[in-house]
Design a protein around this ligand. Structure first.
Ligand code: GDP
Length: 527
């Protein structure tokens, strides 16, 4: 197969949801449909339950599970699907943000009872930054949920994306009858707990009285009224608008009952984008360019202190990846040989000899790679769009064992390279402050520093609201600002200037007082 053909048959995506909306269940049904697993129950939730805070066994187990299910590759109707898992626990949200930089589209799961929840809102913000195409799956229709029109309005309002229903539920909860596919003009009747999936019943004219015989008089009337309203209110589905991330097609179903999942997947493979061109520091790189390139979006460390190897997850963006080849490590400005690469097929890892754009390969690494690194066949370009986001909780690192200062520094550096947290070093006094998205990360850092590096640390809370990357068109103004706010200026891992704002109100005041300074909530920005 040619490079173009390999690219055209690939779909690399992630599922995002608020915990408990049904991401794990949907993943499992997709794998069943793809023949990648044989029975339900095979996919373990990568969730850490709240009661498991501080339970190290649980966290280690989670780390083990998450590497096995990090990338699930399978074939469905001659399409190679790469599903990238995202951690369910919100304390690991940063990991999810980064994974979203490696996908070409997402499926968003929403619980029809709860509607749009906070975690979904945050993840959608990340998708919007890159105009990632989104398909929406409204789940748990076997439960009495909210009115579907109300749910659609809420999605448009809270997630700031237009929607276009492609299927429509007929009743809900105990009286749930099924969905009508507006796309295929067919009726899918709901039967609970089925493993096999039946084809829909074609009903080209929704006014055909045969509808009554399937769903009853009242439901048929309601469906016709709803469909009339939908066709009146929502413009026709425009695939290009979806690809631009402007409109999200919406499906309804019940993942646990394997209902509506096949229609979702069938539509997904038809409309979701194959790998497309990506931006670098120098130029746009097209996947069909013959020269290989890719970037690292995730690093997974071994918890065993005796084996400090890590797996770097490489997203292939162009050309063909071949095991054993030498590739150019742009940040290090040198050529590196990768003899030990693995492909991820649902739940198994196997040695991979070649991989194509859209694929993810795992590379064993002893500390050469970090998140955001680009590998090429020689060209000096770095993929962009893998920013750091401002953390939400900040604490100062206090070394408790002066004899282990070196180990601490090394440990901190490596953990930060893995993306466990972000380190900010103050200009004054060299104070080190760690920023995370969720409090659980502090426990992970403390435990791993001790366990893997022998360093003992405590954390001291810091009254910081946000880390803002700063810039200015006027270098003199920037220097003045730094001078006047010295106590609040730090450097991030790439030595970029960061202003550590103590509160929202204070940040607002500073922004008003220094109109020539730009404040950014992510590390990548355009002035
Ligand atoms: P995740 O946290 O998003 O991965 O959610 P899970 O897939 O673990 O699902 C959370 C809970 O919702 C589990 O108890 C599932 O069995 C249940 N669930 C998933 N899909 C459905 C559905 O369609 N209907 C109902 N009633 N429950 C569901």
């Amino acid at each position: 197969m040619s490079l173009e053909e390999e690219i055209a048959k690939r779909r690399t995506f992630g599922i995002i949801s608020h915990p408990d909306a049904g991401k794990t269940t949907l993943t499992e049904k997709l794998l069943l449909l793809g023949g990648a697993i044989q029975k339900a129950g095979a996919v373990k939730s990568s969730k850490i339950k709240d009661h498991a805070r501080s339970d190290w066994m649980e966290i280690e187990k989670q780390r083990g599970i998450s590497v096995a299910t990090s990338v699930m590759g399978f074939n469905y109707k001659n399409v190679k699907i790469n599903l990238l898992d995202t951690p369910g626990h919100q304390d690991f949200a940063e990991d999810t943000y980064r994974t979203l930089t490696a996908v070409d589209s997402v499926i968003m799961v929403i619980d029809c009872v709860k509607g749009v929840e906070i975690q979904t809102e945050k993840l959608m913000e990340v998708c919007r930054m890159r105009n990632t195409p989104v398909i929406c799956f409204i789940n748990k229709l076997d439960r009495q949920g909210r009115d579907p029109f109300e749910l659609l309005d809420e999605i448009e309002e809270k997630l700031a994306i237009k929607v276009r229903p492609l299927s429509w539920p007929i009743s809900m909860g105990k009286t749930f009858k099924g969905v009508y596919s507006l796309y295929e003009k067919s009726l899918h009747l709901f039967t609970a707990s089925k493993i096999t999936v039946e084809e829909g019943i074609e009903i080209n004219d929704i006014n055909d009285p045969v509808m009554e015989s399937y769903v009853g008089e009242n439901n048929a009337r309601q469906l016709r009224a709803d469909v009339e309203l939908i066709e009146g209110v929502y413009p026709d589905f425009d695939a290009n608008e979806y690809l631009d991330g402007k409109v999200a097609p919406v499906f309804f179903g019940s993942a646990v009952n394997n209902f509506g999942v096949k229609e979702l997947l069938d539509t997904f493979i038809r409309i979701a984008p194959p790998p497309i061109a990506r931006e670098t520091t120098v130029r746009l790189i097209h996947p069909a360019e013959s020269r290989f390139s890719g970037f690292v979006f995730k690093i997974h460390a071994n918890m065993d202190p005796k084996h400090r190897n890590r797996i770097a997850f490489l997203r292939i963006c162009s050309g063909k990846f071949e095991r054993g080849s030498n590739y150019f490590h742009v940040r290090h400005n040198k050529s590196v040989r990768f003899s030990n690469a693995t492909a991820f097929m649902a739940q198994d890892r196997e040695t991979v000899d070649e991989a194509w754009p859209g694929d993810i390969v795992g590379i064993y690494d002893t500390g050469n790679l970090k998140i955001g690194d680009t590998l090429t066949e020689g060209e000096k370009v770095m993929y962009t769009g893998i920013p750091s986001f401002s953390p939400e909780i900040f604490k100062e690192v206090i070394n408790q064992d002066a004899m282990k200062t070196k180990q601490l520094e090394k440990g901190l550096l490596q953990l930060m390279e893995e993306g466990v947290a972000q380190l900010f070093t103050y200009q004054l006094g060299k104070k080190k402050v760690v920023g995370v998205v969720g409090a659980l990360q502090f426990e992970v850092i403390q435990f791993r520093l001790k366990n893997e590096y022998g360093a003992t640390v405590e954390f001291a809370s810091q009254p910081i609201y946000k880390a803002c990357w700063i810039s200015s068109k006027d270098p003199k103004k920037l220097a003045e600002f730094i001078d006047s706010k010295q106590r609040h200026i730090a450097r991030d891992k790439d030595d970029k200037l960061v202003f550590m704002a103590e509160s929202r109100a204070w940040l607002q005041m500073v922004q008003d007082n220094f109109p020539d300074i730009s404040f950014h909530f992510t590390s990548e920005f355009k002035d």
